[in-house]
Design a protein around this ligand. Structure first.
Ligand SMILES: [Fe+2]
Length: 128
């Protein structure tokens, strides 16, 4: 998983530079909240930690799918990359469920909190 995430991050950082795009000003905050979310869910136990991975990957899946739909044929390389990255994230989600992620009982609340937070972060990042 870590190898994939590094590959994704390196690719997008390079694209941001190449295309002269200004990244969201909230990037340091998202980094901090991401670490906090990972740490916090680990404190709640393995099921919560795995659910955290699964929930985030489900939001990312949706996000990538939207991007794939919006990208036309002028960006074939970028589209191909995002399709590949989405497949990576779907495999991470499957691993998380194999390792104990669950949405049963109180975990469904955690799932909703993580998903809502992640979606808000994506929405803000698309604008600012
Ligand atoms: Fe992932």
């Amino acid at each position: 998983m870590k190898v994939h995430e590094k590959e994704h991050s390196d690719f997008f950082e390079e694209e941001i530079k190449k295309r002269n795009i200004k990244p969201t000003i909230f990037l340091p905050l998202w980094d901090l909240l991401g670490v906090g979310l990972g740490f916090g869910s680990t404190l709640l136990g393995k099921k919560a930690a795995m659910l955290c991975t699964a929930s985030v990957e489900e939001v990312i899946d949706e996000h990538y799918l939207n991007q794939i739909k919006h990208l036309d044929n002028t960006e074939p390389k970028l589209k191909k990359k995002i399709i590949k990255f989405r497949e990576d994230e779907l495999s991470h989600k499957d691993i998380a469920y194999e390792k104990g992620a669950t949405k049963e009982g109180p975990y469904s609340i955690l799932d909703k909190i993580i998903k809502t937070g992640s979606k808000i972060a994506i929405n803000i990042s698309e604008k600012i």
